[in-house]
Structures are given as structure tokens and as C-alpha cells.
Design a protein around this ligand. Structure first.
Ligand SMILES: Cc1cc2nc3c(=O)[nH]c(=O)nc-3n(C[C@H](O)[C@H](O)[C@H](O)COP(=O)(O)OP(=O)(O)OC[C@H]3O[C@@H](n4cnc5c(N)ncnc54)[C@H](O)[C@@H]3O)c2cc1C
Length: 499
């Protein structure tokens, strides 16, 4: 029953689905919702390595874990968000649980299934996936006509920690926020948090009250935006007893509009935007604080994600003397803490490395197409969703500057439209293919580093697909263009070859 066919793909007797979704994070659950509503009758399964749904929001358990996007846009288009805009991981998981229950998605999800390989056979027009059941160690083979990659962009089991000299000699504990130990007792302890991104900015106010003292140690400053964790328009509409579905749609549009104006201004008048952001910091820290050294980045706003600080809680912890900021470089670890290049020693009982992620391209899965190993860095992306030479596969890579899920919804609409188109055409294979006029096109990195350059992407850019400079082959990271462009993709363009 399990003999393999020539060309290494289909396993006879393997269960078959029209669509296989990789990952039960916010993208995978969204994909399943769209399939059930836009392509009823399509058989599908979600394979998820972890023991439950939620992806990022299940993995990260450090104190204070919360979104830094507002949930009116980070939530799905189709499911109203009814609470404060910035949400805890627990609230996001509860929201996802409702989506699963309301749409009966649970029976489609198989947890503790880690996919290790995916083999495409053009003869069979299907993928064969091999997964390991993490509870029993058993190998499972499943075939699928279409692969919907919702595996996110980073490795879930281990965060990124740079190697510093002397780390082994440090007598305290070194912790990465991605694998926060449940038993970590930081009461009264001296804590150094390395990094100044959203994770550090969330974690520090959450632990500051209980720690002896917590230091945010950064090599260079980051922009933050402060504000209330409330949406006035939503509150007003609720007072008027407007239907939650309307509130969701109206507030979403308003948030998106405001964000686009802000993003636009950070390109056209970066200095003014910079001063506005710094004024938000000064509001909490007062005129005597050294904002120039600790909170004034050298880059223009939006080249890196700007973390939202609800009610200025990070700055309040600094103002109260429970937390402080050190802007310096690490020379090495010592037995007692971290020695800085300036010669200063930061004594610590616990060091938290909020230093980012390990990029993982397409779920660390070994892909082959008709027996040939696939290197994604050799492919060119079709609208940041599909890849040249890779049949019947789409990847959800969301927005980095706006909410990820905005794009997950747009990609889902495209995939559902494509699946219906293939059904109507009576074809079983679609593969993005460079057209004659594209052959000399300049190939560019997946993301323009001049535009957006977080560390995990810079470290892994060589592993990612290329983009071109023509509309079909771009990966724009721009919701305002893509919201019109993706629904208008001509599915009969020669850039999509069908069989
Ligand atoms: C702490 C933190 C806060 C964030 N806050 C925001 C925010 O406020 N706004 C925003 O837009 N973005 C935010 N992001 C980015 C965030 O990761 C995405 O927005 C979004 O949650 C990604 O969802 P996803 O479903 O695409 O991927 P993930 O959440 O990464 O989920 C992918 C799932 O796929 C599974 N998987 C991967 N490979 C395999 C495999 N081989 N076999 C089986 N299963 C596999 C994983 O186990 C995981 O459960 C944040 C990220 C982090 C880490």
C-alpha cells in the first residue's frame, strides 16, 4: 500500500486532500476560513507542529506578551475585534479559538505533525508530504494538490542569540524570550535585557515592578510610538450602539488611512515625524532625560518596525527608576554580568537576549520538484505569493510595516480565486514562469534593504526568493497598492503556466 511511484512522489494509500495548509497560526486558520467560505467542498487539512493553534501567540510566553499592531487590522477582515486595540497573546488566542469554533475548523487541524519534506510530481500533479507525529514518532504521508504555506517566517523552537565571548562563564541565567522558562524567578533580581525592539519594550514594563532593577541594553536607539490603548472612534461608535461588524470595518479603514498618512510622511517629512516621535518620549521622561543618546535613532522613521508603547509604560518604568537604558556595545560576558566596550560592567543575575529570530524559509522543509532539490533563493516571486518553477504552492508572507494579517486575507482571496479558476479550466497544475520579456529583468532581493532592514531578514536575505522590477514579480510590502493589485491579477497572464 505504501510503495512509491517512479519520480519519487506519490505514496499509494497516502491520504489525499485538495489543499494542505502548513501551520495553524493566524495565517493558517485564516486560510482555512477562506477555503471553507470561498471554495466550499474543497477538502483540506492543516498540519501543525505544535500542540495547539496560534503559532507566534502560542510560542511566546514571556511576561507582558502582546501585539504591537492594533487588532482592528491584525484581526481578520471577517471577524470583528471588540476589545482594546492592543491585545495580549491570551486575547489573540481566544479570538482564534472563536474563529475555529464558529467555522468548525477544529476537525481539519492535525497537531504535533512536523512536516519534513514536500515532493512535487508533475506526473501525478500533486505534492507528497512527509510529516513526523511528534507524540509517537510515526512518519505520516499525505498527498495534496495544492500547498498553502502558512508557516510564518521564523523558527519557533529557538530564538536568535548572538555568540558573545565569556557567555559560558556567566554565573547567572541567560534566557531568550522565545523560550521563556516557566520557573524563572526574577523577583528582586538584577536583569539586563539585550535589545530594544518590540519584545524588549513589552517585557521590561511587565517585569520592572518585581525586579530589583532592569536595564535595557541597546547598541543603538529605536523609534517608539506612544499612545492610549484605546480607539476613540470605536468607543464612540459603540456608545452609539452601532453593529460590531460595522465598527470593525469603519475603524479598520480609519486605522489604515491614518497609518498610510503616517508612513507617507515618514518618507516625505522624516524630520518632522522624528520630532513628533521624540516628543512622545519626552512627554514621559521630562526635559532633562538624555533622549538624544538613548531614543534618537540615526535612521529615518519606519526603516525598522516602530514599536507601539501603550500609555508609555516602558517610559513610565524608566521614569520611576525601576528600569534604565544603556546605549553601548557588549565587549564580553563576565562571571557577574556584561562588560561593555566603554569599560562599564553591568552586573546581572539574569540576562535576557531579546535579540530576534532565526529566519526559516518555508518551514525548514526539504522541497523537491520532480526529483530536483529546490533552492528558494533561485526562484523569482510572483507578487510575493508564488515562485517560479514551484507548482501549486503559495506562501503567506504578511506585511511587516502594517499588520501581517491584512496580507494573509489578500493572499487567501487570491489562492481561492486561483483554485476556482483551475477547476473551471479543468487543469491540475499552475506554475509561475518568467515570460520572454522577463528574461533580462533585473533581479532584486526579497525586500529592499534601503526600505526595511530588520536583522533577521538581513541575516537570511540570501536564502529568500528574488523579486523583479515588473509588477508581476514584485513583492511590495504595501497594502494600499496590493489591496487593488492582488484582486486584479489576470489569472490567464502568461506568467502563470497551466497544465
Ligand atoms: C512576539 C511577536 C509579536 C508580534 N506582533 C505582531 C503584531 O503586533 N503585528 C504584526 O503584524 N505582526 C506581529 N508579529 C509577527 C507575527 O509573527 C505575525 O504577524 C503572525 O503572527 C504570523 O502568523 P503566521 O500564522 O503567518 O505564522 P506563525 O505565527 O509563525 O505560525 C506558523 C505556524 O506554522 C507552524 N510550522 C512551521 N513550520 C512547520 C512545519 N515544517 N511543519 C508543521 N508546522 C510548521 C509553526 O509551528 C507555527 O505554529 C509578531 C511576532 C512576534 C514574534
Amino acid at each position: 500500500m505504501t510503495a512509491e511511484t517512479r519520480n519519487g512522489s506519490t505514496r499509494q494509500g497516502a491520504e489525499h486532500f485538495d489543499v494542505l495548509i502548513v501551520g495553524a497560526g493566524i495565517s493558517g486558520i485564516g486560510a482555512a476560513y477562506h477555503l471553507t467560505t470561498e471554495c466550499p467542498g474543497t477538502s483540506f487539512v492543516i498540519l501543525e507542529a505544535q500542540g495547539s493553534f496560534g503559532g507566534t501567540w502560542l510560542t511566546h510566553r514571556y511576561p507582558g506578551i502582546r501585539s504591537d499592531s492594533d487588532l482592528y487590522t491584525f484581526g481578520y477582515r471577517f471577524k470583528p475585534w471588540t476589545s482594546a486595540p492592543i491585545a495580549t497573546a491570551a486575547e489573540i488566542l481566544a479570538y482564534l479559538a472563536e474563529v475555529i469554533d464558529e467555522n468548525d475548523l477544529g476537525p481539519h487541524i492535525r497537531y504535533r505533525h512536523r512536516i519534513s519534506s514536500a515532493r512535487w510530481s508533475s506526473t501525478e500533479k500533486r505534492w507528497t508530504l512527509e510529516a513526523t507525529r511528534l507524540d509517537s514518532g510515526e512518519a505520516v504521508h499525505i498527498t495534496a494538490s495544492f500547498l498553502w504555506m502558512c508557516q510564518g517566517y521564523y523558527r519557533h523552537d529557538q530564538g536568535y542569540t548572538p555568540e558573545w565571548e565569556g557567555m559560558k562563564s556567566f554565573k547567572g541565567r541567560i534566557v531568550h524570550p522565545q523560550t521563556w522558562p516557566e520557573d524563572l524567578d526574577y523577583t528582586g533580581k538584577r536583569v539586563v535585557v539585550i535589545g530594544s525592539g518590540a519584545t524588549a519594550a513589552t517585557l521590561i514594563p511587565a517585569i520592572a515592578e518585581d525586579c530589583g532593577h532592569v536595564v535595557l541594553l541597546q547598541r543603538s536607539p529605536t523609534f517608539y510610538i506612544t499612545g492610549r490603548n484605546a480607539n476613540q472612534l470605536a468607543d464612540t461608535l459603540r456608545e452609539l450602539q452601532i453593529d460590531e461588524r460595522w465598527i470593525h470595518e469603519i475603524v479598520r479603514r480609519k486605522v489604515l488611512y491614518d497609518q498610510s498618512v503616517f508612513t507617507g510622511r515618514s518618507f516625505t517629512e522624516p524630520e518632522t515625524v522624528k520630532q513628533e516621535l521624540l516628543a512622545g518620549v519626552r512627554f514621559y521622561l521630562g526635559p532633562d532625560y538624555d533622549v538624544a543618546t538613548h531614543f534618537t535613532p540615526s535612521y529615518r522613521p519606519w526603516r525598522q518596525r516602530i514599536a507601539f508603547i501603550p500609555n508609555g509604560d516602558l517610559f513610565q518604568a524608566i521614569g520611576a527608576g525601576k528600569a534604565s537604558v544603556v546605549t553601548d556595545e557588549i565587549d564580553r560576558f563576565t562571571e557577574n554580568g556584561v562588560l561593555l566596550k566603554s569599560g562599564k560592567l553591568l552586573e546581572a543575575d539574569i540576562v535576557v537576549t531579546a535579540t530576534g529570530f532565526n529566519l526559516n524559509v518555508l518551514g525548514d522543509i526539504d522541497f523537491t520538484v520532480d526529483g530536483a532539490p529546490l533552492a528558494f533563493s533561485d526562484t523569482v516571486t510572483f507578487h510575493g505569493m508564488m515562485f517560479t518553477g514551484v507548482p501549486n504552492m503559495a506562501w503567506v508572507f504578511g506585511y511587516l510595516r502594517a499588520a501581517w494579517t491584512l496580507r494573509a486575507d489578500l493572499v487567501a482571496d487570491f489562492v481561492c480565486r486561483l483554485l476556482k479558476h483551475m477547476k473551471n479550466k479543468g487543469v491540475g497544475k499552475v506554475v509561475p514562469t518568467l515570460r520572454e520579456e522577463d528574461k533580462d529583468m533585473a533581479l532584486l532581493p526579497w525586500i529592499d534593504p534601503q526600505n526595511f532592514n530588520p536583522g533577521y531578514l538581513m541575516r537570511g536575505m540570501h536564502l529568500l526568493p528574488k523579486r523583479g522590477d515588473k509588477p508581476e514579480w514584485q513583492h511590495l510590502q504595501d497594502y494600499w497598492t496590493e489591496k487593488d493589485r492582488l484582486p486584479a491579477i489576470d489569472l490567464d497572464d502568461r506568467a502563470l503556466a497551466y497544465e
